[in-house]
Write a new protein. Structure first.
Length: 121
C-alpha cells in the first residue's frame, strides 16, 4: 500500500488544515484530537511519510524512531500527565480500526483510563 499524500495528517503537516501545535520538532508534531476521548487526548505524528505503526517500525530510521518517542515524553510532560499517568495507543492495519493512514500515537490521560480494551464497539 502506497502512502496517500492527501490524508488529513499530511494536510496538517503541510499547513493546509489547521491544528493547534502542542509540540513540534524536526521529527514530530503533536496536536489535540478533534474528537477527544479523554480530558487529555493528543495525537503525535512523525514528519516522515509512514502509513502505520507497522510501517514506521519497519522503515523509519533510528533517529526518527528515537525522535518520535522523545516527542511522546515531551508531550506528556507538557500536558502535565507525566505523574498522573497516561495511555499511548498506536493502530496498525484493518483490525485496529485505524482511520487516518499516517502513523500516529494517541496519548490519553487526565482521568482513570480503565481496562485496556472496551468489551464492545
Ligand atoms: P485512528 O482511528 O486513525 O487511530 O485515529 C484518528 C484520529 O484522528 C481520530 O481520533 C480522529 O478524531 C482524529 N482526527 C480526524 N480528523 C482530524 C482532524 O482534522 N484534526 C484533528 N485534530 N484530529 C482529527
Amino acid at each position: 500500500m502506497a502512502y496517500d499524500n492527501d490524508n488529513i495528517f499530511a494536510k496538517i503537516l503541510r499547513g493546509e488544515i489547521p491544528a493547534q501545535k502542542i509540540y513540534e520538532d524536526e521529527y514530530a508534531l503533536a496536536f489535540p484530537d478533534i474528537n477527544p476521548q479523554a480530558p487529555v487526548h493528543v495525537l503525535i505524528i512523525p514528519k516522515g511519510q509512514y502509513i502505520s505503526a507497522a510501517d514506521f517500525g519497519a522503515y523509519a530510521s533510528p533517529q526518527e524512531i528515537t525522535g518520535f518517542y522523545r516527542a511522546l515524553s515531551a508531550v506528556a510532560k507538557k500536558m502535565n500527565i507525566e505523574e498522573s499517568g497516561y495511555r499511548i495507543i498506536c493502530n496498525a492495519g484493518p483490525d485496529s480500526h485505524q482511520l487516518v493512514p499516517h502513523f500516529h500515537a494517541h496519548i490519553l490521560g487526565g482521568q482513570k483510563m480503565g481496562h485496556l480494551l472496551a468489551t464492545t464497539g
